[in-house]
Write a protein that binds this ligand. Sequence first.
Ligand code: ADP
Ligand code: MG
Length: 568
Amino acid sequence: MTSYTQPCRMSEMAITVLAAELVSKIAAGEVVERPASVVKELVENALDAGATRVEITTEGGGVALVRVADDGRGIPAAEVELAFRRYATSKISSLEDLGRIVSLGFRGEALPSIVAVADVELWTAAGSDGAGTYLRLAKGRVLKREPCARPRGTTLTVRGLFRHLPARLKFLKSSHTENGHIANLVSQYALAFPGVCFSLTCDGHSSLQTSGRGDLRDAVREVYGPEVAQAMVQVHSGDGDIKVEGLVGPPSMERSSRRHVSFFVNTRSVRSALLLRATEQAYAGLLRQGRYPIVVAHVIVPADQVDVNVHPTKAELRFSQEQSVFVTVEQAIRAALGQTPLPGPKVVGFASSPADQQTMWMVSERQPTASNPAASSSLPVLRVLGQLSQTYIIAEGPEGLYLIDQHAAHERVVYERILDQWSGRHMEVQGLLQPISVELAPREQKLLEELEERLRQFGFHFEPFGDRSYLLRAIPAALAGTNGADALRSVLEDLDRSRRDVPWEESIAISLACHGAVRAGQVLAHEEMKGLIQQLESAREPRTCPHGRPTMIHLSSRQLEREFGRVG
Ligand code: ADP
Ligand code: MG
């Protein structure tokens, strides 16, 4: 019998009420998970206070310092200490208020949670006479209070986050990663509040600056760059209770994660499976599998038809009229996409030439060779018959019919080629005659900085070109003929999301292959199909794409005979 030590689950201690300080740290854990949570709470307080300018500064990924300064309504001197008491809020006062929340905060938990896990200083003034209050707190207690001079508004600094909670500190990622989370978060507020001027400075570098002019397209330009802003299509819908306003990207501007799908319900940034499904349905058939659109949409719903009090960090919510919200959003996006060209109708095309009809697979010169035994064992020589739905190649072999997914098959071929080049230490690079300028979102820029060396090794050559812009001078040869800027973004996204158990070289190869491969919906000439099938025959694992999906469906001669009732 194998003996093992079981983790101790049974408490030996008698039941006691936990000390107040411990309780406040446990409660704080719900609100303050990482530095970005501090930024979130402070920015929301600034916005709730009606600020038109919000300046955010961080150091050391937000662990050493988070500072948020606003020009909002400030906290009156008499209420300053109260703001740090648990469940103290100026935003709701009754049970009815809870049913129609219009502010971002309402639980009165953020400030007490932050002071439980960091050192805090506050400068605030509620009037325009220049008279304000200064407060310093640590370990949840006020250490100093004195008058200070400042214009109306509030500045809060949070230092030494989780200094007294080493367990939490251990779980934080590198300051690059934490800065990435912060940049992403602030970008969302910039899109949610185009009328507010945001600035984010991380370790002395300006990461985001918005004009606050009030135009959503401006905000999109500031966050995602001019190319995206220009291509986005306006969404406008709803005369009833539920309205949708915003911008959506054309299907050609796809991304490899849902991160660029932003929904704001009554200005609150939310994750909502319902809204994602509505978006997916609106784009159904327009995007490749595993690709997502860029969406920045504001959903306006009467405050009493939405419950925001269902999630500890208020990231999720519940609609009382789910069906109406779904339909309104889906139809609004569909209508907007109607303005952009949709792919043509799917047709069945058999492109084989009469000459080809004569060439039987048996006499093909592409016989498996001794130098490539894998080819003979894994895939027989195939003869291309035609293309179906601009997506599948129809081919015949000695053992029946093959339907080959052109994208998946090409992905497999490109993937193996890239890995071969990598192991042979000779990456093929395509220099660009005309360098491409790439505008990156703050989060993408952080990723680029983090992954720069790896990208270079694989053939991306770029140099900084002003604020968050880069000049792309060369790309991996596997991407020749594609939009290098989009490819770079996809690779960044894919690497960020790749599974930890997959080596990074493989993740890059998978991502490049996916981007460099022909797409579904692309008409292929007969020669192109022949070339692709030839390459697939020589692949080491021709039957699956690098993501593990099948590249082909095989209907054996026996199966065909059975289906047609030729044999019993
Ligand atoms: P909540 O936002 O849920 O009310 P908080 O703990 O975040 O709870 O803040 C407590 C209170 O402090 C707020 O209700 C608000 O009155 C005041 N407050 C906090 N930050 C600011 C700010 N930047 N400007 C004005 N008032 C603020
Ligand atoms: Mg708050």
